[in-house]
Design a protein around this ligand. Structure first.
Ligand SMILES: Cc1ncc(COP(=O)(O)O)c(C=O)c1O
Length: 390
């Protein structure tokens, strides 16, 4: 078989994540401060780890239901009711997934037919486009810019709707920009979804990481529960990235369709991790609050520091990223990230890794210690002084 025939056209059409490339360079260097990886620097709270360990001690080493542990689904249903006044049937409307990552893939594959279009926005999370393509769909991106706070506008979605549009992809609070959406803007998007009979896939993995604003859950807007595939997770709020647990909440017919794929590809999410997630939801609230308070302090320091060294940055109100403009250097974002890494040993992610409209920015993650943030800012300040375009 010829080399080019081995890999499917679908897979050939997607590129490896632009984030990874930098980590390969970084792995060969010493004394690097990484503002690159988008994951909490905290270790999972001890009582949650203990619940995982205890589940092993108790011998819970077999499969769970394909939908996931019923107790965990019930706890998630209670959480969504308590927090967003949403009412999901834990038996039929909630599916435990292997992280939000799997939830995204299942959602796309469950609803898309070849050629169906998904309207998303950019810069946005690196998986939205490839998951759409792998499911046979087409990703139609609305560019967003710093001028509108990186929020996607309903009218821009409306303009791009065609006969083939099946869904809108939202992911707020946003990775990489830290933007959040206000209720009014989401309501306008809900009207567009209603008008054109569209589904909305809403990745709310950062719902708990908001600073001084309230998160609006898209499914909780009037009439939207039946149109929304809500994706939630444990990775960010509970510092549980390695446990690989997330969930999807949606109408029973959609959850059943997602479950069919999940059943044949995953069987179920890891049992030990489901037990730990149950403990996280039941008793992890104080830890979530203290981690959020800590992120907020780091956010303020990074925002102030970036603006002070001449990298204009709008105020991120969610997730754990700053997305400053690097215009003062006249470099493109890939060159900036590469030079900064080589000259000052600070890793950031080029903005264009999140779509073309991310060009001219870099993503700096503040889920790292205050000391590292301060040192990184000092090194970046030196770098900017040297490279400021005249
Ligand atoms: C916006 C967004 N969605 C989903 C994920 C994946 O989360 P999980 O660890 O639950 O698969 C990430 C991880 O960085 C993310 O930033």
């Amino acid at each position: 078989m010829k080399k080019r025939d081995v890999i499917s056209k679908k897979v050939q059409a997607i590129s490896p994540s632009g984030i990874r490339k930098f980590f390969d360079i970084l792995a060969t260097m010493e004394d690097v401060i990484s503002l690159g990886v988008g994951e909490p620097d905290f270790v999972t709270p001890w009582h949650v780890r203990e619940a995982g360990i205890y589940s092993l001690e108790q011998g819970h080493t077999s499969y769970t239901s394909n939908y996931g542990l019923l107790e965990l689904r019930e706890e998630i249903a209670r959480y969504l009711r308590r927090r967003y006044r949403l009412s999901y049937n834990p038996q039929r409307e909630i599916l435990i997934t292997v992280g939000v990552s799997e939830g995204l893939d299942l959602a796309m594959r469950a609803v898309l037919d070849p050629g169906d279009e998904v309207i998303g926005y950019e810069p946005s999370y690196v998986s939205y486009l490839p998951c759409t393509l792998l499911a046979g769909g087409k990703f139609v991106a609305v560019p967003t810019t710093i001028d509108n706070g990186f929020r996607v506008r309903a009218e821009d979605i409306d303009k791009r709707v065609t006969k083939k549009t099946k869904a809108v992809m939202l992911g707020y609070p946003s990775n990489p920009t830290g933007a959040v959406m206000d209720r009014d803007s989401l309501e306008r998007i809900a009207e567009v979804a209603q008008k054109h009979d569209l589904l909305v896939i809403s990745d709310e993995v950062y719902e708990r990481l908001v600073y001084g604003v309230e998160h609006t859950c898209f499914a909780s807007l009037p009439g939207m529960k039946r149109r929304t595939i809500h994706l939630g997770g444990f990775s960010k709020a509970y510092a549980m990235t390695g446990w690989r647990i997330g969930y999807a909440a949606a109408r029973a017919d959609i959850i059943e369709a997602m479950m069919k794929i999940h059943q044949y590809t995953m069987m179920c999410a890891p049992t030990m991790s489901q037990m730990a997630a149950l403990e996280a939801l039941r008793a992890g609230e104080p830890q979530v609050e203290s981690m959020v308070a800590e992120y907020d302090q780091r956010r303020r320091v990074m925002l102030k520091g970036l603006n002070a060294i001449g990298l204009d940055c709008f105020e991120p109100r969610g997730a754990f990223y700053c997305f400053p403009s690097i215009r003062v250097t006249g470099m493109n974002s890939e060159r900036f990230a590469e030079q900064l890494l080589l000259e000052e040993h600070v890793a950031v992610v080029p903005g264009d890794a999140f779509g073309k409209s991310g060009e001219g920015h870099v993503r700096c993650c503040y889920a790292t210690s205050m000391e590292e943030i301060e040192q990184a800012l000092e090194r970046m300040g030196r770098f900017i002084k040297k490279h400021r375009a005249r």
